[in-house]
Design a binder for this molecule. Sequence first.
Ligand code: GUN
Length: 281
Amino acid sequence: MILDGKKTSEKRLALLAEKIEETGLYPRLATVLIGEDPASQLYVKMKHKACEQVGIGSIGIELDAGVSTQDVLDAVHRLNDDPMISGILVQLPLPRQVDTHTVIEAVDPIKDVDGFHPTNLGRLFSGLPLFSPCTPLGVMRLLSEYKIDPAGKNAVVIGRSIEVGRPMAALLTNADATVTIAHSKTVDLASITQKAEILVAAVGRPRFVTSEMVGWGATVIDIGTNYDEDGKLCGDVDFAMVETKAGAITPVPGGVGPMTIATLMENTFAAEKMRSCGPLV
Ligand code: GUN
């Protein structure tokens, strides 16, 4: 079974557009883009396009590649204080001279639609999530769409990043899966991944997960967006090989990527609802 993130995200975006219209709210997302990395420029453009599609206003702040941490903090503080802004997204990665952790911690947690602030990650790990990171939450929603219930299942997440691996493990844990986080120092990775009923690859290496690493019938979630030596877009999973063994698998493109954007839109609407109605928790 192919887990179609494009179709699922379109369905969720249509539903969200209806909800936004019904409430009469006008959420607004501010993005902060630093430098001229073409991939980041493309991602931000796609996020603005999705905003337009569902009735969310958006503004884009663009800063020079040479900015200091303080310059970025100044921009974030202005957005925190701006009553017109519901959600803030600072596109990562940041240039080397900018301290990423300091910037993430500067975003007001109630506008942190990326869910990267330690307060939001802490809430997620305590089982009381407010905003959860969009990629892993999008994965949970894709699993739910296809009635794949993580409860009681053996789940393995390859990757321990703040943005994906760790929150993915927390969300799966909150959904009652038995979770292992594997990473670059894991010994005999294949022996661990073979036992996974849900395998999530967030490695950032083209076609890293091969069929020997996957158990028969496993649900395989590919979070990678890579380009191979021939410049072809591919995921972290060798799709052609693994497809025949997996019970369910996400394609790249058209799998997790569109779910990330749909979830960002949902988080932005949630932020606006909280701002206008008070905290929901
Ligand atoms: N860069 C790649 N993915 C993401 C994301 O989900 N959020 C942000 N802020 N930056 C990213």
